[in-house]
Design a protein around this ligand. Sequence first.
Ligand SMILES: Cc1cc2nc3c(=O)[nH]c(=O)nc-3n(C[C@H](O)[C@H](O)[C@H](O)COP(=O)(O)OP(=O)(O)OC[C@H]3O[C@@H](n4cnc5c(N)ncnc54)[C@H](O)[C@@H]3O)c2cc1C
Length: 475
Amino acid sequence: MTTMTTLTGESVHVDGDLDVLADDLAGRLIRPGDRDYDEARALWNGMTPRHPAAIVRCASTDDVSAVVRFAAERDLLLAVRGGGHNVAGTAGVDGGMVIDLSAINHVEVDPASRRARAGGGATFADLDAATQVHGLAAPGGVVSKTGIGGLTLSGGLGWLRRKHGLTCDNLVAATLVAADGTVHEVDEERDPELLWGLRGGGGNFGVVTELTYQLHPVGPEVFMGLAIHHADRAEEALRSYRDWVTDLPDEVSSIASCGSVPEADDFPEEYWGEPCVILVACAATDIAHGEALVQPLRDLDDPIADMSGPVPFTELQQLFDADYPDGIRYYWRSLHLPDLSDEVISRVLAWLHRCPSPRTTLDLWHLGGAMSRIAADATAYGDRSAPFLLGIEANWTDPADDDANLRWTRDCVEALEPLSTGREYLNFPGFLEDGQRTLRAAHGEANYARLRALKRRLDPHNLFRLHQNIAPDHT
Ligand SMILES: Cc1cc2nc3c(=O)[nH]c(=O)nc-3n(C[C@H](O)[C@H](O)[C@H](O)COP(=O)(O)OP(=O)(O)OC[C@H]3O[C@@H](n4cnc5c(N)ncnc54)[C@H](O)[C@@H]3O)c2cc1C
């Protein structure tokens, strides 16, 4: 017997109704006991196991519409799964229903208009593979396995952010199934307010079954800077890095990642496991110009390794994939920084030395450039004035270490918060603790009020509530 949890926490029996739904779908209904149930319910973060009562692997917008109506009519708890990579595990729900978009992952590219239409369950690997055939790319994230859905709807920081903006800035159209099951074609002409809301407002307004991106000429090769500094010299290296990025042209987007030297063949074996700072940069321009732009990064102080060089853009997009295997344990937070002061640098390094896991990193993302020239009220995303984002990524494998890693991350956030702008990045959301405060600070009060009005129009009963939730009322 299938029992499902409603929005108010009650249990309802849905067996016969579910069978009727399954018969009408082009996609597949997966239930506990089915041979692929465990594979279908698995999420990227091993800290967030979920046991839904039903997972619908939708094959089309019509399927999504039918499932949304089914859930709305019965007030069922409903999760939406794009790439399943949300750190808080919002793509699953215990006892509820999941709309799994992974089979809606087509990508169609129109090189003439430089646009790509991609299914809401595509990953950046899917999108990059299709667009790079034409020497084009949409700004994405820095790991190719993440879903375009979740990443785009809450922002999107990647290697093209300073040259071409956030991923959500490049979202030009979408197909959305609202909470009553109606299908909305969204673009600047047909529903500019909803397009505004999808550029940073998360999964609050419905299921996006198709996203259309503005593309830009990129690659096929770009120049990558990658210099590793031992932690003994990290303070110096980070200060030099800060000085270097101060007047950097938009072409170069970079991250200073404080962690440990990976135990991998490409890295010098004598330093494996040693604390370090890895400076990584992408120059989104032709190779010769890119090499010249990145040269100063390679010359900073005395790196223990310089692995810079031209790489296919798709390879750069996958550079970090292996560092984030499915199913291990993760807890990620973030803070925007008004500057990279000497004090921030020394505190970040002090927290690096205290972290319980060698897999953990403290990542300083250099922002600015094109993404920062968009006004706070021009998209739901909000303010873009901070020049740096600190990503605090606790990554570990043993459940026995959960407490130590969660404590370290929370203490680190608390200690560094006074040096921050007080704003977190919604794509690195921890476990959504303190959700409303974080959400309002991220969007800003004026944007938040506009988002709430949109929510009342498209989802007045708050069916889509499991991601960072914009409540339609004041609850
Ligand atoms: C390994 C790794 C690397 C990352 N790197 C970056 C990075 O470089 N830059 C960056 O900005 N972020 C990065 N992130 C964060 C990432 O953007 C978020 O985790 C994001 O939520 C992942 O999207 P997803 O579709 O895979 O998530 P899911 O877990 O599938 O979805 C998360 C939520 O998004 C909503 N959602 C997803 N798809 C849709 C859709 N089609 N329609 C409506 N709602 C939808 C739902 O509310 C869902 O609960 C990274 C995350 C991981 C795990």
